[in-house]
Design a protein around this ligand. Structure first.
Ligand SMILES: [Ca+2]
Ligand SMILES: [Ca+2]
Length: 303
């Protein structure tokens, strides 16, 4: 065992010594090698190295400088961006009106169309049999197509003036009757569910060269308005611009007041030949514009 240690130590010493000699020689060789190639390349390497160092230092420097700011602005931006979308998203729900719009127009548009057809259809046989029912006012509106009553008293069914509602209208072809209702009156039973102030608007037409000629008729509503002249100053176009004559009772404008809910009778009689009536609209003032929609059907019969 002891001998082995000695021999091992000896071998180690020899190896270490040899290694030292080899390293010494190797160092010398390296020194000479460097000296021989140091002039041209080292400068380049140095330049490259410095250039690389610069970027490295720059990169090292930039990252930290860049990193700090990003977090803050990014968060702020995100927060802002997040808030903005939310605010923008809020208006979207405003789409709520859509449901409201859809239901309202849909029923109104569809109901009239469906109802207009049936109203127009019976018009042809009008002269024969259109038993007028009692037309009912609903929501401040009562619509009477003159054809609901058979033509009489000098009133004739015509359809040559474009722009009328339905298949035609009635034109007074009887004798002029300026002092009192001429001939038999067209009679319309009506029912007012909501008493109060109404306007009586007549969709009318007259094309006499003189706008004060062939431009009037007689109108009466039982219990509300005795016979009165109603006239229109607009010629050669269908219009709703009729008014009541100031005399004999200082009643101007197209207003009447129904004192109580119930049944009434509206009548039209001839005054000036050539005056055409197409539809009578009994409407509260706030419903007038809506009531002039020609797509609206005649009012339903009172149950
Ligand atoms: Ca008509
Ligand atoms: Ca006149």
């Amino acid at each position: 065992m002891t001998n082995d240690h000695h021999s091992n130590n000896t071998i180690l010493l020899v190896l270490v010594g040899g290694l030292a000699v080899v390293l010494a020689l190797l160092g010398g060789l390296l020194l000479f090698g460097d000296l021989g190639q140091s002039d041209p390349e080292p400068k380049a390497e140095t330049t490259v190295a410095s250039a690389e160092n610069v970027p490295k230092s720059a990169e090292v420097t930039q990252p930290p400088a860049t990193l700090p700011p990003p977090p803050q602005p990014t968060l702020a931006a995100v927060a802002t961006a997040t808030n903005t979308p939310i605010a923008t998203a809020t208006p979207l729900p405003t789409a709520t009106p859509l449901p409201t719009d859809t239901p309202t127009p849909a029923p109104v548009a569809q109901a009239p169309v469906a109802a207009v057809a049936p109203t127009d259809t019976p018009i042809p046989p009008t002269p024969t049999a259109v038993g007028p029912c009692t037309l009912a006012e609903q929501n401040g509106m009562l619509i009477i197509d003159v054809e609901a009553a058979a033509p009489a008293g000098g009133w004739q069914f015509e359809n040559s003036a474009p722009g009328h509602i339905g298949s035609g209208y009635y034109t007074y072809r009887g004798a002029e009757s300026l002092g009192s209702p001429g001939g038999t009156a067209l009679t319309y039973p009506i029912f007012i569910n909501n008493p109060g102030l109404y306007q009586v608007r007549i969709h009318n037409y007259h094309d006499h060269p003189n706008s004060t000629e062939a431009n009037d008729a007689w109108l009466q509503i039982s219990g509300v308005q005795s016979w009165i002249k109603t006239w229109s100053g607009e010629r050669a176009l269908w219009n709703w611009g009729n008014n009541f004559e100031l005399s004999p009772d200082n009643h101007t404008g197209p207003e009447v007041t129904f004192p109580v809910a119930g049944a009434y009778t509206l009548q039209l009689a001839g005054r000036s030949p050539g005056f055409s009536v197409d539809r009578v609209l009994i409407v509260t003032p706030d419903q007038f514009i809506a009531g002039t929609n020609q797509a609206l059907p005649q009012s339903p019969c009172q149950p």
